[in-house]
Write a protein that binds this ligand. Structure first.
Ligand code: ATP
Length: 934
């Protein structure tokens, strides 16, 4: 179920009036309403949206716009479109950074004063806001001088500010920020593609579609530019009081040359140069470009005079001798002049040289100038694209800004105007198809009682221009593809014959000049046929292409080589003409527009003289009518296909939120029989209406209509629903925030508990490991100690049994045996021995019979004594002092004859129960305590 906005009653009435102006009584009442509306003049400027004007007529709309213009308000909504009036003077703070931020940060920018930034922001949010992001297009239209280029620049500035990506800034010195580079493409393209015309001092002589590429975070990461049909004829010839492309004047002003060039009659050269530097066009390339431009200017001064001998080429005009064009273009002067004056005809494998007439020479010269300039322009566009275009993998969406030349109608119009007006027809058709027709057809198919608003459908005009099989373009192309000299009269006859049945084309029977008049949506334009076919062929003499492929100017060499590669010489029906190329490029543009969500801005030129703050009603009304603003307002074309249930179903679901108003829950209101989907929708709509208790039943009916599958709402109803929806959404947001905070709190708590648990587990594991290690170590120590003690015991026993015998018979043998087994090293007086951990008694016993000296020292000695006495090692409780021990031992059981002093610091009685060893005579320390002397 979809939602559409319904035009208010008065607007519908207005539409009926426009459609039935013949009805006198209706007309009278409408006039009355118009008068009533206009009497309140002070209020007219307050209408921010022209859909609120009542009644909607060209007069009321015009008056409102005029009132707003007089109080310096230049933007006004007109349903889905934005009307932008050109102030023709800078307005302070209208486009400042603060204003941009204000619109960008506003929760509802639509509630702010109408501005081009609302359009920009809406498109920007649309990309973000969709479930499936949709590319956007901002179509800026209007006639020449209406402010399209200005508006496009504002849009680009806006995106370069709000979507600026600081991450792209890799190094400020080497890599210029992408936003800066995107903006710098403007001065270059304006210098090479804009010119001063009678209608606009800075008129774009080409169309452009700029694609601003956004990454996943909606940041500007690149851009690409597509250009359409540069008006290259301007290089060689400009209409009276108009100028050549700006760049020629910029270069001339800079070089301060006093030459007078025929092609041109002071400008921001520094800005262009800076932009070139920022985009990476180095000094060498710049020099090459400027030399070529100078070469084109000098080429324009080459003039020819007819030769007296027809078989000889034309002569050069006196003033043209010494012309520097060949030198500047880096080609041979002789060859250049030959190519300009002599045509090479191919007859099989033979080449025939044919001198050209004076007129043909001039055409060839102009043709060369045009082709060189057009190729330089194309090269620049490609260079800019290479410099600003992001890698395809880095961007996912784009916002396109379309700025095409406005509708043109001059005294003499030719192929350029035909193409430009054709492009405007195409854009108008896109608008008509997208809003005016689609919207109303939808109302009818939904079964609404809708009085169809008449709008100007330009399909028949487009059929005339581009239709198949017979149309202006098809006949023009046929004529251009025939291998014969073009004849304006022949083409005129063919057009008359083939298209006489079409109401959009006509001929002035009294005119002597071959022409045809087309009734465009914006007005009738008469086109001169003379020269049209030749322009459509756009021939470039192959001799000139070959010559410039040999140019020593590297840039010229490159662009002519590329041209050959792009344009293989196709003949006959396949031949590419200007019209066929333009038609193809427009078709691809239309495909892009159809695949994107469009946003229309209609620029209006308030006066033809570009005077500041001057509002000419006739001028404005023509433009309003031409672009169908009044019809757009009538249809109130803000038809946005959103799901009604999806958008407003939540109001019904969150009945509690509304229940506080004392209104019944929707569930109870829902009739039991509504099983059918459409019935259910119907009921739901009524429920929603009931929720707004302030509305009476009758009022519901006027505010809301239910179609077969769609709901149509008036603005008032929509506002109510939107308000309610906003309230509920903010309540939901609050609940979500609470839940989220609660969740965060719980998660933090759970994490802390888990961390404590893990810490405890790790600590206990570490302690267990440590204890196990200690246990193992204790076991090893115990085992070793036990083994050592047993060994000592067994040694002592063995020594006791054998000591006597050994002493008498083989003491030295025993001594060495003991030494071996017990690691005791004894020595005679002459050879002191060291005792390690050996019972002193045993040590003494194993000493030689003559005096023995224990030479163990310090700690070891003390330990030996303690071990032999079986004393426990208690630090600080006693001190063992072994002073001398020179005696003859008969047995270890014998009382030591030397002296062993134990100085107890605590009571020796503590150790009274201690036995120095088993089966020995020493019964306690008390005995040892007695200092014995020999
Ligand atoms: N919003 C604006 N504020 C101030 N001046 C403006 C504004 N819009 C346009 N202008 C002025 O109007 C002039 C013409 O505008 P602009 O060049 O944008 O017209 P255009 O529609 O692009 O014309 P063309 O189709 O010939 O290129 C600008 O040079 C500028 O001086």
């Amino acid at each position: 179920m979809f939602l559409c906005l319904l035009a208010s009653r008065s607007q519908m009435k207005g539409s009926i009036d426009t459609g039935c102006s013949a009805h006198p009584s209706l007309n009278d009442s409408l006039q009355g309403e118009i008068q009533a509306f206009l009497t309140d003049e002070d209020q007219l400027h307050t209408y921010d949206d022209l859909t609120k004007v009542n009644p909607v007529t060209p007069t009321t709309v015009l008056k409102c716009l005029q009132a707003r213009y007089s109080v310096k308000v230049f933007y006004t909504h007109a349903g889905c479109t934005l009307v932008a009036l050109n102030p023709f003077q800078p307005i302070p703070d209208l486009y400042s950074l603060d204003v941009m931020k204000e619109y960008h940060c506003a929760p509802q920018p639509q509630e702010f004063k109408p501005h081009i930034f609302i359009m920009a922001e809406e498109a920007y949010r649309n990309v973000r806001g969709q479930l499936e992001p949709v590319n956007q297009s901002l179509v800026v239209s209007g006639e020449s001088g209406a402010g399209k280029t200005w508006t496009s620049r504002c849009l680009m500035n806006y995106y370069a500010t709000v979507a600026a990506s600081s991450s792209v800034l890799k190094s400020q010195d080497t890599v210029e920020r992408i936003e800066r580079r995107v903006l710098d493409s403007n001065p270059i393209m304006e210098a090479f593609g804009n010119a001063c015309t009678l209608r606009n001092n800075n008129s774009s002589r080409f169309g452009k579609y700029i694609q601003l590429q956004l990454d996943r975070c909606q940041l500007l990461v690149g851009a690409s530019v597509q250009t359409y049909l540069l008006e290259k004829t301007r290089v060689a010839c400009q209409p009276a009081s108009e100028r050549n492309f700006h760049i020629f004047y910029q270069v001339l002003h800079q070089t301060q040359k006093s030459h007078v060039f025929r092609f041109v009659f002071k400008d921001s050269f520094v800005e262009t140069m800076d932009a070139m530097v920022h985009l990476g066009i180095d000094k060498e390339k710049q020099q090459q470009i400027f030399r070529i431009l100078a070469g084109i200017l000098h080429l324009g001064n080459v003039r020819f005079s007819p030769s007296t001998d027809e078989t000889q080429p034309c002569n050069l005009d006196e003033k043209s001798k010494g012309n520097r064009s060949a030198e500047l273009l880096h080609v041979s002067a002789e060859e250049l002049l030959t190519c300009l004056r002599v045509r090479t005809l191919k007859a099989g494998k033979q080449s025939v040289l044919k001198p050209c007439s004076q007129a043909e020479c001039s055409v060839r010269r102009d043709c060369l100038a045009k082709v060189i300039y057009a190729l330089i322009f194309d090269w620049l566009v490609t260079f800019i694209n290479n410099s600003i275009c992001a890698d395809r993998s880095t961007w996912c969406n784009f916002i396109g800004v379309l700025d095409v030349y406005g509708f043109e109608c001059f005294r003499i119009n030719n192929l350029e105007q035909l193409c430009i007006n054709y492009a405007n027809e195409k854009l108008q058709q896109h608008f008509v198809a997208h809003y005016l027709r689609a919207q109303q057809e939808e109302y009818v198919s939904e079964g609404l009682e809708w009085s169809f608003v008449k709008y100007q459908d330009n399909q028949s005009c487009l059929d005339l221009l581009e239709g198949s099989p017979i149309s202006v373009f098809s006949l023009l192309n046929e004529e251009s593809r025939l291998n014969r000299a073009s004849d304006a009269r022949t083409l005129k006859l063919r057009l008359e014959k083939e298209l006489c049945g079409n109401a959009n084309i006509s001929w002035d029977r009294f005119s002597t000049v071959p022409h045809f008049t087309v009734a465009h949506y914006a007005g009738r334009v008469s086109y001169q046929i003379e020269g049209m076919v030749e322009k459509n062929k756009d021939p470039v003499p192959p001799e000139l292409i070959s010559l410039f492929q040999e140019s020593e100017n590297l840039l010229l060499h490159q662009i002519f080589a590329d041209k050959e590669a792009q344009n293989p010489t196709t003949k006959g029906l396949g031949k590419v003409t200007v019209v066929s190329k333009f038609k193809n490029s427009l078709e691809s543009l239309m495909k892009i527009l159809h695949a994107t969500t469009p946003h229309y801005t209609r620029c209006i030129k308030p006066n033809p003289d570009c005077k500041p703050m001057t509002f000419k009603k006739e001028e404005v009304i023509m433009q309003l009518e031409a672009c169908g603003i009044v019809e757009t307002i009538h249809i109130s074309a803000a038809g946005f296909p959103i799901s009604f249930i999806q958008r407003y179903g939540l109001i019904a679901r969150h009945s509690n939120a509304v229940g506080s108003n004392g209104v019944l829950s929707p569930v109870t209101l829902l009739p039991p029989h509504c099983f059918c989907l459409s019935d259910m929708y119907h009921s739901l709509c009524l429920i929603l209406c009931h929720m707004f208790a302030c509305l009476s039943r009758e009022k519901h009916k006027s505010l809301l209509h239910c179609g077969k599958t769609k709901v149509f709402l008036t603005q008032a109803m929509l506002d109510l629903l939107e308000d309610q929806r906003k309230k509920i959404l903010s309540q939901c947001a609050f609940s979500i925030q609470c839940c989220w905070r609660r969740y965060l709190c719980r998660r933090r708590h759970a994490r802390r508990q888990s961390a404590t648990l893990i810490q405890a587990a790790v600590r206990s594991w570490l302690v267990r490991k440590q204890v196990q290690r200690w246990n193992r170590a204790a076991g090893v120590i115990q085992n070793t100690w036990r083994k050592w003690r047993d060994l000592m015991q067994s040694l002592a026993d063995a020594e006791l049994d054998d000591a006597e015998h050994l002493k008498e018979e083989d003491a030295p043998v025993m001594s060495s045996l003991v030494r071996e087994r017990g690691s005791v090293q004894l020595s005679t007086i002459q050879e002191p021995v060291t005792v390690r951990g050996w019972p002193m008694g045993l040590a003494l016993a194993s000493a030689p019979s003559i005096s023995v000296s224990l030479t163990a020292t310090g700690f070891q000695k003390m330990m030996s004594v303690m071990a032999s006495l079986n004393l426990p090692s208690r630090k600080g409780e006693y001190k063992v002092k072994t002073n001398q021990c020179t005696q003859e031992l008969a047995s270890i059981r014998a009382q030591p004859k030397g002296s062993v002093k134990l100085h107890y610091q605590r009571s020796p009685l503590l150790y009274a129960h201690r036995q120095p060893g088993l089966n020995n005579d020493v019964t306690g320390f008390n005995e040892i305590l007695l200092e014995k002397t020999l």
